[in-house]
Design a protein. Structure first.
Lengths: 532, 202
């Protein structure tokens, strides 16, 4: 049985004894076969036990029924009924009061709203500045506005104000992030396509600058995240476009004809002057305000002259400020009493602090670090390295020497034939000590450079200062024994030899015993010794 | 058909057998013997109070809710139809009152910023908890953390010893739901208590 939820629910119900006998026996059957289920059951059991013992019964309340009966049979006072209805009364009262106030002063609410509104609009109208001033519009930008209906809203051209008309002919505008497919140098292309002379080109620029001046006041922003857009933008766009086209028609009719349907004349069309007249006449000074709270239209006059004056003043102020800055004297008062208090020979000389624009450095002086005289490790290590290499070379091809006449003669076997009690043995037992001795001597000679031409080892003057017992200890261990006499101390080999020696001794021992036994046997049985 | 009939019989038999004194007390009360109600209250009040205590998870509101329960019983007792056990009816009212209370608390918590939700506030510092609490308090906290939908069947079963059938009638849902909710409640407890596994030896 798998541990799915249905099964586990069954298990939980089984634990509660809530299953029918048939279901219960089924579960029991499954339990027998599944360790998982058994674990789960014991887990559930524990949880059940914990739940069972978690709560102690609540303390009895002996006054409960008295209180209950008292409240049940208590005659309900009129006041308690009124009390129950109190929320209703208060709502009715409030309604009546509001009704009365409105009756007496019907415009109150409207005034309230108006006041609120003017508060809000006043708040957002504060400090509106032309956004396009900040965007630093070029003639190219204005030209794009005329023909592509978009104005950059910041210096990096990250955002655009795109104006246009929706399918129903209503004005719309959007604020867009960088839009792709935008062509650059449209004004240049325009001028080039019309073959404008420099003079005519200057005229185009002057037309554009004229509009640029007006456009500035059309989009305003302030520090409260509010943006105000004048609906006149649409008109300005149209006026500028028609003005530019009229100029184009005047200057180069042939080229102009290529782009504009024939028969259509902008020069005779008075669009631009008409629109401009309309704008100036209508007192069309509504702005659309976009604020974090809401969007609303509200009359607002952007006083361009005032703004320009303010900017001029600001510029002059800045200039003056700059002048003043030059003449600033900086006086830094240093409290000398404090320094006196701090004078202490130790502290004064402890640190030097340097502060630079990109550096903070503290120099520590008078730090008493004991000097340690260190040996010249570099020259030492070279010698050590060399000698290690030489040592390796010397022993890599070295074969240990066994005395030839004392070779192990393992060809000889000992056999015991149970039936006849015949023994045959002929073993030459090597003298291990002699082998060891032999090898030691040979190694000694190696080290002394007698057997091999072992020039490199001569570097080691064993009595020289390199073999102080405390210095390269691990190193000299290979060459000197405890008495300071050089010898080859190959631990592994020695251990092996030692073991071999012991085993041989044991073997010799056994052989001796065997020999004795055999002699006894031979004497007793007087049988022949046969060589195999 | 046969099995259904036998099921019905199984259900009905205990009712007939358990025809306890409640019914006669109620009858006496309906016939005008008002003190009989007091006997009824005395007989059931502690169980009711315990159920409320377990359901809402703290002592403070218990007596007020119990009062409300018995006032409701008092008002509706004359319309009591002797179809189910009195206790079942009583516990159903109790549970409903508790649910009302929990709902009110939840709404109040929305406005007061969960200040007195009780069970949640001490959660972050387990160290402190382990120092000052014993195991049954951990388990109590864990039970409080279960949604009431799971908590009520669990405590009715494991602490009050109701049968699944009684729980189904009290909580007004079907038997399968009770079964699954109790299992889910236990599973939930296990998960909540998991960090304390060592101490509880789960």
């Amino acid at each position: 049985m798998k541990l799915n939820d249905t099964n586990l629910e069954l298990l939980s119900a089984y634990l509660d004894g809530e299953l029918s006998s048939k279901e219960a026996s089924e579960v029991e059957e499954k339990l027998k076969n599944s360790l998982d289920l058994q674990n789960k059951l014991s887990e559930l059991k524990k949880i059940k036990a914990y739940t069972k013992s978690a709560y102690k019964p609540i303390e009895e309340n002996p006054y409960f029924e008295t209180r209950l009966l008292a409240s049940l049979y208590k005659p309900k006072s009129a006041w308690s009924k009124v009390k129950k209805l109190s929320p209703v009364f208060s709502i009715i009262l409030l309604t009546v009061a509001v009704g009365l106030i409105l009756k007496i002063n019907p415009t109150m609410i409207k005034e309230l709203f108006e006041q609120q509104k003017s508060n809000i609009t006043g708040f957002y109208k504060e400090n509106l500045r032309p956004l396009l001033y900040a965007a630093n519009l070029t003639n190219e930008d204005i030209f794009n506005f005329a023909f592509y209906k978009r104005l950059p809203l910041d210096e990096n051209d990250n955002k655009f104000l795109q104006i246009g008309f929706d399918p129903n002919g209503k004005q719309v505008f959007e604020i867009k992030n960088i839009d792709l497919g935008r062509e650059a140098n449209n004004l240049e292309k325009f001028a080039a396509s019309l073959n404008l002379t420099p003079k005519q080109r200057a005229q185009v620029d002057s037309i554009i600058e004229l509009y640029a001046n007006d456009l500035q006041g059309q989009v305003l922003v302030n520090d409260k995240n509010c943006m105000a857009v004048s609906p006149n933008l649409w008109y300005y766009q149209k006026a500028l476009a028609s003005d530019l086209l009229a100029f184009a028609e005047k200057t180069n009719k042939d080229q102009f004809r290529r782009i504009i349907p024939s028969g259509y004349s902008f020069a005779s069309n008075q669009t631009a002057p008409v629109i401009l007249r309309e704008i100036n006449k209508a007192g069309n000074d509504n702005y659309i305000f976009f604020t974090p709270d809401s969007i609303f239209t509200e009359k607002y006059r952007f006083d361009k002259d005032k703004f320009e004056e303010a900017m001029k003043n600001f510029g002059e102020q800045m200039k003056n400020m700059r002048k003043e800055m030059k003449n600033f004297d900086v006086h830094i008062f240093i409290d000398s009493s404090l320094t006196k208090r701090r004078v202490s020979p130790l502290r004064e000389k402890d640190f030097k602090v340097f502060i630079d624009t990109n550096l903070f450095r503290v120099e520590i002086e008078n730090l008493n670090i004991p000097e340690i005289v260190l040996p010249d490790f570099d020259s030492l290590s070279i010698i050590i390295e060399n000698s290690v290499r030489n040592y390796d070379d010397a022993f890599r091809n070295y074969t240990f020497y066994f005395p030839p006449d004392r070779d192990f003669n393992l060809k000889n076997r000992i056999e015991r034939i149970d039936s006849s009690f015949l023994y045959n043995f002929k073993v030459t037992i090597p003298n291990v000590d002699s082998i060891l001795r032999e090898n030691k001597i040979r190694i000694d000679s190696v080290l002394k450079g007698k057997t091999f031409s072992f020039d490199s080892m001569k570097v080691f003057d064993f009595d020289s200062r390199f073999f102080h017992p405390d210095s390269s200890r691990a190193f000299y261990k290979y060459f000197l024994d405890d008495s300071g006499k050089p010898y080859f101390n190959n631990e592994q080999l020695r251990e092996q030899m030692e073991m071999l020696r012991k085993e041989m001794e044991k073997f010799r021992e056994e052989m001796r015993d065997l020999q004795k036994d055999l002699k006894k046997d031979i004497k007793e049985t007087e049988k022949e010794v046969i060589e195999i | 058909m046969n099995s259904q009939e036998s099921d019905k019989k199984e259900l009905q038999i205990p009712q007939i057998l358990n025809l306890d004194d409640d019914f006669s007390l109620i009858k006496r009360y309906i016939d005008g013997d008002e003190p009989a109600f007091k006997v009824l209250v005395l007989r059931h009040k502690e169980r009711v109070r315990n159920i409320i205590y377990l359901t809402i998870g703290n002592v403070t509101g218990v007596d007020d809710i119990a009062q409300e329960v018995f006032i409701t019983v008092f008002k509706n007792l004359k319309q009591f139809r002797f179809e189910s056990q009195f206790s079942t009816w009583l516990y159903r009212i109790t549970i409903n009152k508790c649910k009302d209370h929990l709902r009110k608390v939840a709404v109040r918590n929305i406005f007061t910023g969960f200040k007195d939700s009780g069970s949640d506030e001490s959660e972050p510092n387990y160290e402190m908890k382990t120092e000052n609490k014993d195991i049954s308090e951990f388990v109590q906290d864990a039970i409080k953390k279960l949604p009431s939908k799971l908590r009520i069947p669990l405590v009715l079963k494991d602490i009050e010893g109701f049968s699944y059938q009684e729980i189904a009638e009290t909580v007004q849902c079907d038997l399968g739901t009770v079964k699954s909710r109790i299992f889910r409640a236990r599973q939930g407890l296990k998960n909540i208590l998991a960090p304390l596994e060592k101490e509880l030896r789960l």
